[in-house]
Ligand binder design. Structure first.
Ligand code: 6PG
Length: 259
């Protein structure tokens, strides 16, 4: 398991820029190596600024978007046009501006009546696109993640059965806030990625960030995001000053962007 690479930037604008540059870099590497870039997007509101940065003329011309396959690490169980849909945020901020072809966008079917059926159908999509059968795991080039103030990531919430899943790729989950019913990648699927990148902004996340990156001895139950430990991949945390505020000074150094 690799040591987390922590990059602290000044603010949300710099966070989006750093994340966009890394997204493009990972994409260029993947396309050069395997002729495609299979990336899972995160949910919540933080990615909005990332999408805007990626869709900018300066950034968007740096990646061959026809070779990018978009997936989602979690979804709320709502229709795709719903204001809380993670797919809708990406559609409006990234897919539509860049005119991404629908046949390279693989959303979770949050609108299905049965979340279990929806999660199993998404597992089939993943196995098909990655060409792997159980017990092998799809290996994403990059998985983007956010962090909740309770330490959740994707839709892996504290105290839920999804945290203990060891064989399935995608499972239904329940959120204590907002849209309750969710679909989420499982921890083992995330941990099989080549690279995982957390994007975290704001002082409201400083406490879980510290608990995850600088755990105190004999900490109580680990937070869900602590389960993210890529077995053979890179783990990056891109933090703004607010999110890194409770880390030791050494980890708060604002770093210039480099690969
Ligand atoms: C979701 C997310 C969730 C999100 C965090 C951070 O569907 O809500 O996947 O894990 O990334 O809650 O959300 P913000 O970016 O809005 O702070």
């Amino acid at each position: 398991m690799s040591t987390p690479e922590i990059r602290t930037v000044a603010n949300t604008v710099e966070l989006a820029k750093e994340a966009a540059e890394l997204f493009v870099w990972f994409g260029q590497q993947a396309i050069a190596r395997s002729d495609r870039f299979q990336v899972a997007l995160s949910g919540g509101s933080t990615p909005k600024a990332l999408y805007s940065a990626l869709a900018s003329p300066e950034m968007s011309r740096q990646l061959d978007w026809d070779h990018v396959e978009f997936f989602f690490g979690d979804e709320r169980c709502v229709p795709p046009e719903h204001e809380d849909s993670n797919y809708r945020l990406a559609h409006d901020g990234l897919f539509s501006p860049l005119k991404i072809s629908a046949d390279r966008i693989f959303r979770m079917y949050g609108e299905m009546d049965s979340p279990d059926e929806a999660s199993r159908s998404y597992e089939d999509v993943l196995r098909n696109r990655f060409g792997v059968s159980a017990p092998d795991w799809p290996r994403f080039h990059l998985i983007l993640l956010g962090l909740g103030d309770d330490g959740h990531t994707a839709s892996l919430f504290p105290g839920t059965p999804a945290l203990r899943e060891e064989t399935r790729l995608v499972v239904p989950s329940m959120s204590p806030k907002g849209i309750a019913q969710r679909l989420t990648f499982t921890a083992p699927l995330i941990n099989h990625a080549e690279a995982v990148m957390f994007l975290v902004s704001g002082t409201g996340k400083a406490s879980p960030v510290r608990d995850i990156l600088e755990p105190r001895q004999h900490a109580e139950v680990p937070l869900p995001a602590s389960l993210v430990k890529p077995e053979a991949g890179r783990l990056l945390w891109i933090l703004d000053r607010g999110a890194s505020a409770q880390l030791t000074m050494a980890k708060q150094q604002v770093v210039p962007h480099e690969e």
